[in-house]
Write a protein that binds this ligand. Structure first.
Ligand SMILES: Cc1cc2nc3c(=O)[nH]c(=O)nc-3n(C[C@H](O)[C@H](O)[C@H](O)COP(=O)(O)OP(=O)(O)OC[C@H]3O[C@@H](n4cnc5c(N)ncnc54)[C@H](O)[C@@H]3O)c2cc1C
Length: 491
């Protein structure tokens, strides 16, 4: 092992591992460093008592024609990373104002084959009448047909403001504000970005959402890390980067728990707040840039429990519940920070055990949760209690089969992947919040103001759904760095 590289990448989650693998394949001498014992970041797949599961994410999208597919092909990882797309994806429950509970099964692969049936079943579930149809169709039509420039014009518009342009029945509004906004961006409707919401809606309408990877979502980052080594690079796990060294405005390398490594280019996927405010240090940036970074809003958090079940009781990969009372607002989240929690809330339950080989025969793993503040110091007990009550009310047939529980919340996210460097930050779900004014043209650039320092991962230079966005950022960071190195005759 040498201590000099062309590029050092901090973090082997989907964003960092993508850029490291592409740069190694391009012929650069790459070092990929992660503090954890295996690649994957938040998407890491772990093993316990014969179960294989992720700590948090349950599925990815789009399933077809996405950047995943492009990346896997480019790196020739088709054997190792195979998409698993179920015929049916989700069982969704909606309680309307009268208290009537309705259920619809949302297709996976079958939805891609027959989008009209999918739309009709959602409309019936949401209680759309013939009279509502013209406005509902106007909204859906705009959502799916707006071109990239029109979508970008909505970068400063909240989803609530955009949906307010249509006279939508409550069921449709609830579906879009909870399952589609909170469920895919983890943000409240009165802050969520209309442009980002539409980008995700368009990508999943065309390519389908909700795929899993055979062997686990973490397979992607594992395969990418192996690809780094196959192309002559090195991967250092269980190695925490303590400092990114900067001298005279130029990156020179990293100080880690296993020594100092030098490179003229460092790509950090540790998150923009931890990178600027801790790993590099604010003293190396202009005050205006530090203030800009401090002003960036972290995403909200996700809390819940992992259940180990003694019987396979879940028929679909995902179960969702929403009602007209579960529409989350910024005000609700503020109240949650001081210990309040709503009686009714949007709940998401999932299992990866339907994918072959992920659970011991005759058993099942389930994952359940809801939105919460991103502060790792949030008092979790009342939230976990509320969740258990909700599961017993909504899906009582699951409860007798729970033989073990693992509770989680923002503190676990911060401990595994993202350092807390600002009050209220650290346990964010995706990374930076996908809110109006912070997406599209307002998303932080991949290039920092320091020479040789770049970002990869969900926080910079990307759009769309969690894992997919992180991959997009990693691909773009690799391209930007190659272009920079070539034009500056460094390569
Ligand atoms: C509860 C929850 C549910 C989610 N559900 C979904 C979902 O269903 N679908 C989906 O697409 N996405 C989901 N996501 C989001 C998805 O996991 C992230 O968008 C994605 O992992 C971001 O990738 P990344 O590479 O930017 O960062 P990360 O995955 O966070 O990777 C960052 C890496 O950097 C490493 N690191 C950080 N600091 C240091 C340091 N100082 N030294 C060394 N290494 C360091 C970390 O160990 C980590 O491996 C979910 C996330 C959470 C928390």
């Amino acid at each position: 092992m040498t201590d000099r590289y062309d590029v050092i990448v901090v973090g082997a989650g989907p964003g960092g591992a993508t850029s490291a693998a592409l740069l190694a394949k391009a012929g650069l001498k790459v070092l990929l460093v992660d503090k954890n014992s295996q690649p994957g970041g938040k998407t890491m797949t772990v093993s316990k008592n014969g179960f294989r599961y992720e700590y948090w994410p349950i599925c990815a999208g789009p399933a077809r024609d996405g950047l995943f597919q492009k990346l896997i092909k480019q790196l020739e990882l088709e054997e190792e990373v195979q998409v698993w797309l179920p015929d049916y994806l989700a069982s969704a429950y909606y309680k309307d104002a009268s208290g009537e509970m309705r259920n619809v099964i949302l297709p996976g692969q079958k939805g891609l084959d027959d989008p009209v049936t999918l739309l009709n079943s959602i409309l019936a579930w949401a209680g759309v009448t013939e009279k509502d149809m013209p406005e509902v169709m106007r909204c859906m039509g705009d959502m799916l047909a707006l071109g990239p420039r029109d979508v970008a014009d909505l970068d400063e518009v909240t989803l609530q403001e955009w949906l307010g342009r249509y006279k939508l029945p409550m069921g449709v509004y609830t579906f879009l504000a909870t399952i589609r906004c909170e469920g895919t961006m983890e943000v409240p409707v009165d802050a969520g970005s209309a442009s980002e919401f539409i980008r995700i809606a368009q990508a999943t309408a065309l390519g389908g959402g909700g795929f899993y990877i055979k062997g686990g979502l973490g397979r992607l980052s594992e395969a990418l890390a192996r690809s780094v080594e196959d192309h002559g690079g090195e991967v250092l796990l269980r190695t925490k980067v303590e400092r990114i060294d900067v001298q005279d405005g130029q990156v020179t390398g990293v100080f880690t728990s296993k020594g100092v490594f030098r490179a003229p280019i460092v790509i950090s996927s540790a998150g923009i707040h931890p990178t600027v405010l801790k790993l590099v240090g604010p003293e190396h940036f202009d005050t205006s840039y530090v203030n800009y970074v401090k002003d960036l809003v972290p995403d909200w958090g996700f809390f819940g429990a992992r259940y180990f079940l003694d019987k396979p009781v879940l028929e679909y990969p995902v179960y969702l519940y929403c009602s007209d009372k579960t529409i989350l607002t910024l005000d609700d989240l503020k109240k949650e920070e001081s210990g309040w929690f709503p009686d009714d809330f949007y709940v998401y339950m999932g299992t990866n055990s339907l994918c072959p080989g992920m659970a011991p025969k005759g058993k099942q793993f389930a994952w359940i949760g809801g939105t919460c503040p991103s502060d790792p110091k949030t008092k979790m007990k009342p939230l976990w209690d509320a969740l258990e009550k909700k599961v017993a009310e909504l899906w009582p047939w699951v409860v007798p089969h729970i033989v073990e529980r693992e509770y989680f919340g923002p503190a676990q996210v911060a401990a595994l992947v993202r350092d807390q460097v600002m009050p209220g930050q650290g346990g964010e779900c995706f990374g930076l919040a996908q809110i109006a004014g912070q997406c599209g043209k307002h998303k932080p650039s991949l290039k920092s103001p320091i020479r040789g320092l770049y970002y990869a991962g969900f926080d910079a230079g990307c759009q769309g759904l969690g894992m997919h966005a992180a991959v997009e950022s990693g691909m773009k960071a690799a391209e930007t760095v190659q272009r920079y190195m070539a034009s500056h005759r460094m390569w």
